[in-house]
Ligand binder design. Structure first.
Ligand SMILES: [Zn+2]
Length: 260
């Protein structure tokens, strides 16, 4: 069995068995490889009976619908495989980690993403496109999002958004070092995203994760403090920081076990 986390920056993989001199784990930079060629190499290295891929893009029925950050249009593999959105996979892993069947994961990394688990199952929507929180209309920005719009939440509450504002304003592109105005705009946006999700999904736990959250302890504290003042007490939930190292990869491992 082979689990793969295919992100915009890195591809990480984990085999359940060691084959010859090949390590069980590995990673490569996404932009350095031809995706299908690389998958073929992995399959010949590990001979897995099945493969699960947590993919940083929109996928439905094992097909790629859109892939703004990874240069691939179609996955071709000769072994049985499952292709899942990476945030859905991460939410599944968080749900198992916290033993919680009603959980929402909100990750602020390069992008702003979310996955929701309802009664232990991934909330998918018609085309597996539920929970695209990053592209909820928010406020007009002086630049555009990866999706082509100029008013997405992702432009305010993600690492790529911070980068864009940093370039525009000349402030630092690190949340902890940047100017007060940019930091406040980020906190306001991530809190808004959290409020939306808590209001819509009524989770028992909202997990905050992703690189920007992990590197800035104060984000979770801020969201916790502010959400209590706007969300009615009857719909409040636990707000926790993600403890998982690579939730999407762990989610892919869970998907492998669930495959027939
Ligand atoms: Zn967008």
């Amino acid at each position: 069995m082979l689990a793969i986390d295919m992100g915009g920056t890195y591809i990480r993989y984990k085999s359940n068995k060691k084959y010859g001199t090949n390590n069980k784990y590995g990673s490569v930079k996404t932009k350095n490889v031809n995706i299908n060629q690389f998958l073929k190499e992995l399959v010949s290295m590990y001979s897995p009976s099945k493969v699960a891929i947590a993919f940083a893009g929109q996928v439905c029925d094992n097909k790629i619908l859109s892939s703004p950050n990874i240069n691939v249009k179609k996955i071709s593999l000769d072994v049985p495989y499952v292709l899942e959105n990476d945030l859905n996979a991460a939410a599944l892993a968080e749900s198992r980690y916290f033993s919680c069947k009603h959980l929402v994961a909100l990750y602020s990394g390069t992008g702003l993403g979310c996955g929701a688990i309802e009664n232990g199952k991934i909330v998918r929507g018609f085309k597996n496109l539920a929970c695209e929180i990053g592209h909820v209309p928010y406020k007009k920005a002086p630049f555009v999002c990866g999706c082509g719009k100029d008013n997405c939440l992702e432009l305010y509450a993600s690492g790529s958004g911070i980068e864009k504002w940093a370039k525009y304003s000349g402030c630092s592109n690190k949340l902890e070092k940047t100017c007060q105005k940019m930091r406040d705009a980020y906190l306001e946006a991530i809190t808004y995203a959290a409020e939306l999700l808590v209001t819509i999904f009524n989770p028992q736990i909202l997990v905050l994760g992703g690189g920007v959250v992990k590197n800035n302890e104060f984000v979770v504290e801020h969201v916790k403090r502010h959400i209590d003042s706007v969300v009615p007490s009857f719909s409040r939930c636990k707000i926790l920081k993600s403890e998982l190292e690579d939730a999407s990869l762990k989610g892919a491992e869970i998907l492998l076990k669930e495959m027939a």
